[in-house]
Design a binder for this molecule. Structure first.
Ligand code: NDP
Length: 499
């Protein structure tokens, strides 16, 4: 029996609070399948009252529940069980995720689900090795620096990789003993809800992970504004991140913000151009082009520009577009009608700004009522154009030529964003100059996206605040506490004991 036959779509998605599913309390919203262009289920939103209940459950689980008090071994066992269950249910979760994101099923199975499971395994391993500090430099004293879980965390994630992104947030928060309330995107709650159910089947105590669903300005805003929330971990757009930080400031909750990007994929004539071409195509067209770390500005050295651009366009035209459930599909639909309109609008803006559309720039109604756009490649007049500056978040590549290393650096860095960059060259001095000069949180050399979980991930400038990764998450989801004591009784001035 195929997964499609054995998995049922829930008719309604509500909240998950204190270890139990709960009906939502607010408006009903459609959950749309982007490949079909029509609703397939209904989400009942959590209003502010239900957010209050969810935060209350997380607070009770933190203050009185077993999770923060369990030994590391016991928490590790649950995290590893979650990892195993996510792998065992990978087909089902991938199928659910596909229903409300349109991400190609093969990519979900091969990349998103293994990564989601690995997030739990990674943090299980990490907490088994992490150490606290002792200072003994001051004679006669020992000061220990201990880390304690920070409390209730609000975890907010977008629709472009719901399970992969929210699993990272959840694993990194709960591994260190925090409890949380998550708010996935209202467009894509299906697989996240099932993942949370599986986490409870793995023995996670009630109240450690709670889910509220709904729109950002309603449910998300109420969550971030709650005074019992001690940490806010947000992945999403830059403007939303700015608003979230303002709201969190009202009760001084620290934030990490993983935000947007307009990342430069820089191809030098000294590169293995075949590999650079493969990497550039993967960088912009995987995940239906909707990924924060997309290499969406492709800078190519002028001496090889014409040849590279022609081959890039040719390959983009040959991408197999269609049903994301089909094993042969390379590019699925965009996640929503709004995303489709946005991508098409940028093809017009490319022309208005003096650029040319080399391929694409149109919807594909021949594929049915889903939100399909043709892979789009534009040649921009210069880096100031909107297609070179704005995050478009779709299968939309902007090509720009450059002459020398200095030009490449100047163009790449002339962006409000600074998430990642890609450098393709086999010439060591070129690679060195680029890796030293690029103002981005990650630089990938001669490889497309390779996420090293141990290393910090995050952006410069408008691409984010803070980092994700082993040590960075430990620092974020814990509070430091210093305990000092003398090794021998110190001499004390005896106030009030004088003659
Ligand atoms: P949004 O910022 O619109 O939404 C992200 C999440 O925030 C959603 O759950 C949304 O809810 C919620 N939200 C919106 N407004 C508020 C608010 N006022 N208070 C609290 N929560 C709110 O981003 P998109 O969903 O459009 O996602 C795309 C963006 O995410 C892109 O810019 C992309 O670059 C970025 N991203 C960054 C990554 C990184 O690691 N740096 C990784 C992946 C994506 P709802 O949608 O339900 O309204």
């Amino acid at each position: 029996m195929s997964v499609a036959q054995s998995v049922r779509l829930p008719q309604r998605v509500g909240a998950w609070i204190d270890g139990q599913p709960r009906p939502g309390t607010g408006e009903e919203l459609p959950i749309v399948n982007p490949a079909l262009g029509r609703p397939v289920s209904v989400l009942t939103e959590s209003d502010a009252g239900q957010v209050e209940v969810a935060v209350g459950a997380a607070r009770a689980a933190f203050e009185r529940g077993p999770w923060p008090r369990w030994s590391v071994e016991r928490r590790q066992a649950v995290l590893r069980d979650i990892q195993a269950r996510l792998l065992a249910h990978a087909e089902e979760l991938a199928w659910l995720e596909c229903q409300n994101t349109g991400i190609v099923l093969r990519e979900l199975r091969q990349r998103h689900l293994p990564r989601a499971a690995a997030n739990f395994g990674f943090f299980a391993d990490y907490i088994g090795q992490s150490a606290e500090h002792v200072y003994r430099q001051t004679p006669g004293y020992v000061s220990t620096v201990m880390r304690e879980p920070a409390g209730v965390a609000a975890l907010i994630s977008p629709w472009n990789a719901p399970v992969a992104l929210s699993s990272m947030q959840i694993a990194s928060a709960i591994a260190f003993g925090a409890t949380c309330v998550i708010k996935p995107s209202e467009q894509s709650p299906l697989a996240v809800q099932r993942m949370v159910e599986l986490m409870h089947e793995a023995g996670l105590p009630p109240g450690v992970v709670n889910v509220v669903n709904g729109r950002g300005p309603v449910t998300g805003q109420a969550l971030v504004a709650h005074p019992d929330v001690r940490r806010v971990c947000f992945t999403g757009g830059t403007e939303t991140g700015r608003r979230i930080m303002e709201v969190a400031a009202s009760h001084l909750a620290p934030c990490t913000l993983e935000l947007g990007g307009k990342s430069a994929n820089i191809v030098f004539a000294s590169a293995n151009l075949e590999r650079a071409l493969d990497g550039a195509l993967l960088g912009i067209f995987s995940n239906n082009g909707q990924q924060c770390l997309a290499g969406s500005r492709i800078l190519v050295q002028r001496s090889v520009f014409d040849d590279f651009a022609a081959r890039f366009v040719e390959r983009a035209r040959r991408l197999r577009i269609g049903d994301p459930m089909d094993a042969a599909t390379e590019l699925g639909p965009l996640a929503s009608q709004a995303q489709l309109q946005r991508v098409l609008r940028y093809a017009e803006l490319a022309r208005e700004d003096g650029g040319s559309v080399l391929t694409g720039g149109a919807a594909l109604p021949s594929l049915g009522p889903g939100f399909y756009a043709a892979p789009t490649v534009v040649l921009a007049l210069d880096n100031a154009c909107r297609v070179a500056q704005d995050e478009i978040f779709g299968p939309f590549a902007t090509l720009l030529p450059f002459d020398r290393v200095d030009d490449a650096l100047a163009i790449a860095n002339a962006s409000r964003y600074g998430l990642v960059s890609y450098v393709w060259s086999d010439h060591l001095p070129t690679v060195t100059a680029m890796t030293e000069g690029l103002r981005t949180g990650v630089v990938w050399v001669n490889t497309p996206m390779m996420r090293e979980l141990r290393a910090p991930f995050g952006g410069f400038k408008d691409s984010g605040v803070g980092r994700q990764g082993g040590a960075a998450c430990e620092a974020f989801f814990t509070e430091e506490k210093v305990v000092t004591w003398p090794t021998t009784p110190p001499a004390l001035r005896r106030l009030g004991a004088g003659p």
